[in-house]
Each structure stands twice: as structure tokens, then as C-alpha cells.
Design a protein around this ligand. Structure first.
Ligand code: GLY
Length: 274
């Protein structure tokens, strides 16, 4: 919620727009009862994750998209905002318009620190990769698991493009008997392997959260072949024992852990360049 409300490049209404200049937001949420809600291609609403929660709590559906999602949000009392790009997103979009290059699925980016290329996440000058999505997995005091995920998706995407983040099983999956997982990075490559669901299924087979994340990252690298060097994907998982783990393709995926003992920022392990 806080990040959605900030003017930043990757999440919320100030984020990088699509190639036509519109910011479209995706989010989903899932609880310990396998209740879930999702919104996608949502425009002019500040907090997509809150709308996803209302979809879960107040409708018989899992997913609402586009104008229907916006109508639902307005009916639920969410104000229709004016789109206002952050200065960073405004500059990135103007820079992108010079060539208007769109080269999926390769991430054609070599940007300065804090910048963003045609696809998120971006490779930074220091060789690390930043990321583009806020994903959270949580265990409550009763040991129940839940999760959520919110993003503006890939910068300068084709109009109508959805990534993994609003898709239950791709950007997020929770099974209260086993564990929960969320993803960041190039959504197309997360969707291809039903990423978060695959991680949870590997935890069901007995793998630790870290090893389960690593196995699915390795699967994506196998599928992509040499093109894996151009994309970033990261998974973050928690199991029923409260153990946490993460893995990414490249260096630069960091995640925060918050417990009663305090907060820490952890650098995820990565496969390429190990
Ligand atoms: N992971 C965010 C996206 O690809 O849209």
C-alpha cells in the first residue's frame, strides 16, 4: 500500500507507462483458505491490491480486468485518480519514445542506476539487477500463510499486456498446508513455468524454500537457453515451519524479512555468475 502510493518507477500510478503512455496496474492476494482475488489492466486506481482484496472478499470471482475492474473499484468507493507519472517514469518514457523499440522477449536494457529500460527489471551500472514488483508472503501468529503481489508490470509494454503478478499460481501462490511463494522479474517467463505454484509444489515434495526457488529458477534458465542472460526472475518463499528462502537468475534480488525479532534485508542467492 505504501509503495503503491509513492511516486516510483515500478509500482502504483506514478510508474512506467505502457507504450501508449498509460499506467496499467496488476495485483493479487491469497489467504490461508485458498480464497483469492486479482485485478489486472487496472487504470487510475491508486491501490490495486486493496481492490484485489475486495474482489476476494465481496465477489464470487477471482479476477476482474480492465474497465470492469475499474468500475468495481469505483463502486466500492475507490476514487478515480488522474494519472501522474513520477519524474523518473516521465523521463524513462520520453527516452524510450525516441526509438520506441520493443523487442520482446529479450530485455534490451543497460540503464543507469535507478533507470528502467523497456522491460523491468533493469540491469544497473554496478552489474546488479533491480526489480519491479512488490511481493509479500506472510505467516501469522497461528501459523497460517497468506500472500500478495502488486506491480505496474513491464515498462513500455504493449497495451493490454499482463505479466505474472495478477495470476494466481504465477506471481503468487499459497497453500496453507505447505507454503507460499511470490515472484518478481520478467512475468512472461514466470507464467511459462507456473512459477509460484511450482515452487510450492517442490516444497510439498520436501525441498526447503531456498532449494525450491532455485530449482524453478534453473528450469527457467534451461528453457531460455542463452537468452537467460538477458532476463531477471526472482522467487521468494516461506514454508509451514516459517523457514524463508529466495533465489534469482542474476545478482541483485534483495528481500526483507520481518519477525518479532526485527527486520533484515537479505541478498538472495543467484544462479548465473555464481
Ligand atoms: N513481474 C511483473 C511483470 O512482469 O509484470
Amino acid at each position: 500500500m505504501v509503495t503503491e502510493g509513492e511516486q516510483n518507477c515500478c509500482v502504483g500510478l506514478g510508474a512506467n507507462p505502457d507504450r501508449d503512455g498509460f499506467v496499467t496496474l496488476d495485483a493479487c492476494i491469497m489467504d490461508e483458505f485458498s480464497n483469492c482475488g486479482s485485478v489486472a489492466f487496472l487504470e487510475r486506481i491508486k491501490h490495486p491490491i486493496s481492490v484485489a482484496r475486495r474482489v476476494m472478499e465481496k465477489t464470487p470471482h477471482v479476477m476482474l480486468v480492465g474497465i470492469g475492474a475499474q468500475q468495481f473499484a469505483v463502486a466500492e468507493g475507490f476514487p478515480l485518480e488522474e494519472q501522474k507519472l513520477s519524474p523518473e517514469a516521465e523521463k524513462s518514457y520520453k527516452d524510450w519514445l525516441i526509438k520506441s523499440e520493443y523487442k520482446p522477449p529479450v530485455i534490451n536494457i543497460e540503464k543507469k542506476q535507478g533507470g528502467h529500460g523497456p522491460f523491468a527489471p533493469a540491469k544497473l551500472d554496478n552489474g546488479e539487477w533491480n526489480h519491479d514488483t512488490i511481493g509479500m508472503v506472510a505467516m501469522d501468529t497461528n501459523g497460517n500463510l497468506s500472500g500478495s503481489c502488486t506491480t505496474s508490470g513491464a515498462g513500455f509494454k504493449m497495451r493490454g499486456r499482463l505479466g505474472d503478478s495478477p495470476i494466481i499460481g504465477a506471481g503468487l501462490f499459497v497453500d496453507n498446508e505447505v507454503g507460499a511463494c511470490t515472484a518478481t522479474g520478467q512475468g512472461e517467463d514466470v507464467i511459462r513455468v507456473a512459477g509460484s505454484h511450482s515452487v510450492v509444489e517442490l516444497m510439498r515434495q520436501g525441498l526447503s524454500p531456498e532449494m525450491a526457488c532455485k530449482k524453478v529458477i534453473e528450469r527457467i534458465i534451461r528453457i531460455k537457453g542463452p537468452k537467460a542472460k538477458d532476463i531477471q526472475v526472482g522467487f521468494l518463499a516461506i514454508n509451514k515451519k516459517g523457514q524463508v528462502g529466495a533465489y534469482s537468475i542474476h545478482k541483485g534480488f534483495e528481500y526483507a524479512i520481518r519477525t518479532n525479532a526485527g527486520e533484515q534485508l537479505v541478498k538472495a542467492k543467484f544462479v548465473m555468475g555464481e
